[in-house]
Design a protein around this ligand. Structure first.
Ligand SMILES: [Fe+2]
Length: 495
């Protein structure tokens, strides 16, 4: 069965010059339910693969107000539900309050991040002057999906199977108006979800914990020296690691009302290690080389040390905010080239007894979007799966590199010329016997064949290529983050 459930009416100009609305970015407007009885499958969907791979991404519906940036588009989830050697593909828009308001108006009501001066509403980030598009991240918590935007979202909850919007969480009002940032972390042993948000007013950051029953258990202000722009946080069994990085609005210009993100290479990066249920008075701050981080692989405790690993840059590129028209587009193109991404796998070791920080470059190849098995979040682990980049193409992910962080080796699989991947996820097979005993799953946008496919790789043997490929009903745009939802968590058998 391949069924179009709904088609959303788009108002985008078909001759748009914006490269982020064309080619491998071209949005789609059909919402499908399609199964592998009807979809072409090359290879065989493994019977011991049970759960749902979900990928979020920006999929703009309306002709943009001002210059469009790839991060402005409406969130759309693409999910592949694996069960007993079969699979069902679904894609649905994340019907946020902003999406529904624009649907009713039949046009864009908010500008994007490049031209905030066009905003007609007041307020900070996606909770005010910017539309909460919920297109950055998706994660599973408490048996349900949570889709968010990096600028801090409302709690956009969705059913993991049907992708239907659910009622907002009770804690949504408790943490308003700051909302919840992307890249919260779930401890699979306890079901607790650690999160942070940031704002333009003191205390600039708050940190919290939501329990496995989806109740807000902890929510405290974090004392930062000024407005910050963090993207991720780390967790271990007992601690969370908060980021204060020197890639910030220039404070002098900010006093004059001008926002210019600047990298201050004379300011240290600071990492605050806080007990999971601790408060500001219990944070231990560690200093490190000035840097910017989008995404961490993982963190864990090792004796007196907390170890944090992820992708770092020491020369972050300034966003194109403030530029307009073709200048902004050229700026974005340059930012999305491989050489501009310049992120490398890196390790920090923070000694809780001595206060010392040790740092170590793990690889000089540019990689980003590191992911690990859900079961190993916050624990000592061995494998990180990072995406590699095509040198010149705009956004992007050309393959996946698997790091063995214990013995320093790696293996990889490249998707091929004209084929762009999504953030993959590691899905352990049923009764898995080791950390990588499972499958690596991603979605591919194939510009050669003008289609998209779900790729399933053997996580222990990436170079051999896919075990199975499921051809999707329509070519989908390249996207952002993803998650893996284990079958027993969908059924509520595990927290
Ligand atoms: Fe992100």
């Amino acid at each position: 069965m391949i069924k179009i459930e709904n088609t959303v009416k788009s108002t985008i100009n078909k001759d748009t010059p914006n490269p982020f609305l064309k080619g491998h970015y071209q949005p789609i407007f059909n919402e499908y339910t399609a199964d592998t009885v009807s979809l072409e499958v090359i290879g065989e969907v493994p019977k011991d693969l049970q759960g749902i791979y979900v990928r979020n991404g920006h999929n703009q519906v309306h002709e943009p107000m001002g210059t469009y940036h790839n991060y402005d588009g409406d969130g759309m989830l693409h999910a592949v539900h694996f069960e007993d050697g079969k699979a069902v593909y679904r894609n649905r828009f994340v019907r946020t309050t902003g999406f529904l308001a624009e649907e009713a108006a039949g046009r864009s009501l908010w500008p994007g991040i490049l031209e905030p001066h066009l905003a007609k509403r007041q307020g900070w980030g996606s909770m005010g002057a910017m539309k909460d598009n919920a297109g950055t991240d998706v994660i599973a918590h408490s048996g349900k999906l949570l889709a968010t935007m990096s600028q801090c979202s409302e709690s956009n909850r969705l059913d993991p199977i049907t992708l239907e919007m659910l009622e907002p969480d009770k804690w949504n009002t408790e943490i308003a108006p700051a909302g919840i940032c992307s890249h919260f972390k779930v401890d699979n042993d306890t079901g607790e979800m650690m999160f942070f948000n940031f704002s333009e007013t003191y205390p600039y950051m708050k940190y919290g914990v939501i329990d496995s029953n989806n109740n807000l258990k902890h929510y405290v202000p974090i004392d930062l020296p000024g407005i910050r722009w963090p993207h991720d946080l780390g967790v271990t069994k007992n601690y969370s690691i908060l980021h204060d990085l020197p890639f910030i609005f220039d404070p002098e210009l900010l006093e004059k009302g001008e926002r210019k993100v600047t990298f201050f290479d004379d300011m240290p990066a600071r990492f605050g290690i806080i007990p999971r249920f601790g408060d500001n008075s219990q944070i231990k701050w560690f200093e490190a080389k000035p840097a910017f981080i989008y995404h961490l692989s993982n963190c864990y405790e090792d004796g007196d040390e907390v170890v944090m690993e992820g992708c770092v840059t020491f020369t972050p590129r300034k966003p194109a905010v403030g530029k307009q028209g073709s200048d902004a587009i050229d700026n974005m193109k340059n930012q999305f080239k491989q050489t501009a991404m310049n992120f490398n796998m890196y390790r920090w070791r923070f000694n809780l007894k001595t206060g010392e920080t040790k740092e170590e470059l793990l690889d000089d190849e540019i990689t980003e979007f590191p992911v690990v098995s859900n079961e190993y979040v916050g624990k000592k682990y061995q494998y990180s799966y990072n995406s590699t980049f095509d040198e010149e193409k705009l956004w992007w992910l050309s393959g996946v590199k698997k790091y063995d962080l214990l013995d320093g080796t790696s293996q990889r699989y490249e998707y091929g010329e004209g084929r762009f991947g999504s953030e993959p996820q590691l899905a352990l097979r049923v009764n898995a016997e080791s950390e990588d005993d499972g499958y690596l799953i991603t979605l591919i946008t194939d510009m050669n064949k003008n289609h998209s496919e779900c790729l399933i790789l053997d996580a222990q043997d990436l170079p051999s290529g896919p075990v199975a490929r499921i051809i999707l009903p329509e070519r989908i745009p390249v996207g952002a983050h993803s998650c893996w939802v284990e079958a027993d968590r969908i059924k509520g058998e595990r927290v």
